[in-house]
Design a protein. Structure first.
Length: 79
């Protein structure tokens, strides 16, 4: 599996967390998000580069989602 980060800083932070004694950062490949999604959902798509991608969400978005879910479970959803 290949992680796909939306922000370079998130990738670097996670790399440093998992490899604290390794100063080197892996080679970073920038890809077009729309093209990637299109290749992922295209019937019979042959782009092997997208098969093993795992999208890593932005931390702040995860925190907001957790807060919203907690509010929803508590009946504060408002809709």
């Amino acid at each position: 599996k290949k992680p796909a980060y939306f922000r370079v800083n998130d990738l670097r932070e996670e790399w440093n967390r998992q490899h604290p004694n390794d100063g080197a950062v892996p080679t970073i490949q920038v890809i077009d998000l729309l093209e990637t999604f299109t290749d992922m959902v295209k019937p019979g798509g042959r782009n092997e580069n997208v098969k093993d991608l795992i999208f890593i969400p932005v931390k702040e978005v995860v925190e907001v989602a957790k807060e919203l879910k907690t509010k929803q479970l508590a009946g504060e959803g408002g809709g």
